[in-house]
Unconditional design. Structure first.
Length: 171
């Protein structure tokens, strides 16, 4: 058991984590209300891998720990180009939340709101412009950002899929 725990800690240590939102949720039962906490956590290695998790528990630290574990299980790889931006513009959607992701030149920095900023920083993107459209629910905005980033393809991937050269794709 101890060996498994160490391996799990080493796996988690390669990722940085950021708590995006902590909500107090209540459930009404016969004896009154029971209070619990929900934590939205984003993890990333800064090299194109990022994950999101939601943890729920009676205490805040336990909810954060559960959220981090869930995020590590849901890590996905994203495409980053040579100037540490995204290969092309895209709109990520989840529920009624939409996030516009626009590539930016070197030195532009991260122009993004709170929930989106957490995802792109931990993914390792250093130059991007974003705009959150629609819902401003933090969970849905984070999931829309992640959906958008995972849907973006590099010119190499598209050329390979179509059986063409990169020059033919880019024009």
């Amino acid at each position: 058991m101890a060996m498994n725990r160490e391996r799990n800690d080493q796996k988690n240590s390669e990722f940085n984590d950021k708590v995006v939102a902590i909500k107090r949720v209540s459930k009404t039962v016969k004896g009154g209300r029971t209070m619990r906490f929900s934590a939205l956590v984003v993890v990333g290695d800064g090299k194109g891998r990022v994950g999101v998790g939601l943890g729920k528990a009676g205490e805040v630290p336990e909810a954060i720990r559960k959220g981090k574990e869930a995020a590590v299980k849901n890590v996905v790889s994203i495409a980053i180009d040579e100037n540490k931006s995204i290969p092309h513009d895209f709109i990520g959607r989840f529920g009624s939340a939409s996030v516009l992701l626009k590539r930016a030149p070197e030195g532009n920095g991260i122009i993004a709101g709170g929930p989106v900023r957490a995802v792109v920083e931990l993914a390792g993107i250093q130059n991007i412009r974003t705009k959150s459209l629609g819902s401003n629910n933090k969970t849905n905005v984070v999931l829309a950002t992640l959906a958008g980033l995972t849907a973006i393809r590099t010119p190499e991937e598209i050329a390979k899929r179509r059986g063409k050269s990169v020059e033919e794709i880019l024009g």
